[in-house]
Design a protein around this ligand. Structure first.
Ligand SMILES: Cc1cc2nc3c(=O)[nH]c(=O)nc-3n(C[C@H](O)[C@H](O)[C@H](O)COP(=O)(O)OP(=O)(O)OC[C@H]3O[C@@H](n4cnc5c(N)ncnc54)[C@H](O)[C@@H]3O)c2cc1C
Length: 387
């Protein structure tokens, strides 16, 4: 189904969405259920996406991108997510990490990796969370000790998306004193085949094809040339990157809600009970109408956030709104759609898988409570909202 026109999506962006939709429906959608079972992502499909320019098109041309602006990334994320949220996670990792690498990496080190990411030949994970906690991210403990022209990493990162599939990873560790908080954190680009790295894989509820796991570091030596930004300044950089990914996550999960709503309307209009279509009963149609309203509104908020980013205007608070509202709303919408299908919705299939998939984003990339704290700080000031 074509998108509603709106002020954010030019004819070119609508045409891009149409091209991506065709690819996603023909090439990605058919494997949606099977990927959940096999828990593998087909790398040749990723390379096809890269060849078509569907990975991080917002990157400047010097890094292999198309210099298209983040709205292009937005429409690609939407169309890929409609086919398979796990697959669109690859778009998300590429857009989030490429921005960090391009902004803060040494060009001769990050350049070749960026070209591979955009070509769909490499996956870059991002590792912030640790066994001791994820919400209080500034309190991370993974040690990074300077040893001449290397850093030596020891410790564990956990709950990392694509941990066992990634070729490289943006890793955040403590280079400052143990109590240095946000000001003692450094980011490194870590090739995942470096000696001393091992990974595990969890048995996830959803997003099973991308998967999550731990990364263990045992005396892992990384050249100083692989540092992203300045020593002890890593934390500030990643937070900026998350503003982008939070708007993209909103668009991804709302796109899954959108297809679920479309299918639920179609089903309810043709299935009969008590001699009438289900839509004749307001108990069926009004919840769908309410969610129709909210999904439209939330999507516009996400597009507005990308528009602010592209216009170099502040958007941290709006990104927080996208990130808490989108995943919560999408989950509730898909739940309602599943119920609309009656017993058929409860079978293993697209609806229940979508519900499992979107739930992950109520936690990953920061929970709703943390997002609301970010918004509250923006409104009332950091002093009035200390934690
Ligand atoms: C699908 C998925 C993908 C993920 N991918 C990645 C990844 O690629 N890289 C990565 O680094 N991490 C990743 N994570 C980890 C994720 O970022 C963390 O799980 C998240 O930040 C929460 O941290 P935690 O699980 O340690 O919970 P905790 O920090 O222990 O929090 C537990 C609960 O307490 C609440 N809470 C904590 N502090 C406060 C507070 N101050 N006020 C109110 N409530 C609070 C939280 O909201 C949460 O509900 C992923 C997680 C999931 C589920």
């Amino acid at each position: 189904m074509a998108m509603n026109p709106n002020p954010y999506l030019t004819d070119d962006l609508q045409a891009l969405a149409e091209t991506v939709r065709r690819f996603a429906q023909e090439r990605i959608a058919p494997g949606f259920l099977e990927r959940d079972r096999s828990r593998t992502l087909d790398r040749s499909l990723l390379a096809e996406m890269g060849a078509l320019g569907f990975i991080a098109p917002e990157l400047p041309e010097q890094f292999g991108g198309l210099g298209m602006g983040s709205m292009a990334a937005g429409v690609i994320h939407e169309e890929m997510a409609k086919a398979d949220l796990s697959f669109s996670y690859l778009n998300l990792l590429a857009s989030l990490n490429s921005q960090i690498l391009a902004s803060y990496g040494q060009p001769d080190v990050v350049g070749p990796w960026l070209e591979k990411i955009v070509a769909g030949e490499a996956i870059c994970a991002i590792a912030l969370t640790e066994p001791s906690g994820g919400s209080d991210a500034a309190n991370l403990r993974l040690r990074m000790e300077r040893d001449g022209d290397h850093y030596v990493i020891d410790g564990e990162k956990t709950s990392i998306s694509a941990a066992d599939q990634a070729d490289i990873c943006v890793v955040f560790g403590r280079t400052g004193a143990p109590n240095s908080g946000a000001h003692g954190v450094t980011a490194l680009l870590v090739p995942m085949d470096t000696p001393g790295i091992t990974t595990s894989r969890f048995d996830c509820h959803g997003q099973r094809a991308i998967g999550r796991g731990s990364i263990f570091f045992d005396h892992v030596r990384i050249p100083v040339s692989h540092r992203l930004g300045e020593e002890n300044k890593g934390f500030v950089q990643v937070m900026q990157g998350f503003d982008f990914s939070r708007a993209l996550i909103g668009l991804q999960v709302l796109a899954v809600a959108r297809v679920s709503l479309d299918e639920a309307w179609e089903y309810a209009a043709q299935r009969e009970a008590f001699g009438q279509p289900l839509t004749a009963f307001q108990g069926v149609s009004h919840p769908l109408a309410e969610y129709e309203t909210q999904v439209e509104a939330a999507r516009l908020l996400c597009l507005q956030t990308l528009w602010l980013k592209d216009n170099h205007l502040p958007h941290t608070s709006e990104a927080g709104m996208c990130k808490w509202w989108g995943p919560k709303l999408a989950y509730d919408v898909i739940h309602q759609c599943l119920l609309t299908f009656g017993h058929a919705g409860y079978d293993r299939g697209v609806m229940e898988q979508r519900m499992r998939d979107v739930l992950g984003f109520q936690i990953g990339d920061g929970t709703a409570q943390i997002m609301k704290t970010i918004i509250a700080r923006h409104k009332a000031g950091r002093k009035a909202v200390p934690a």
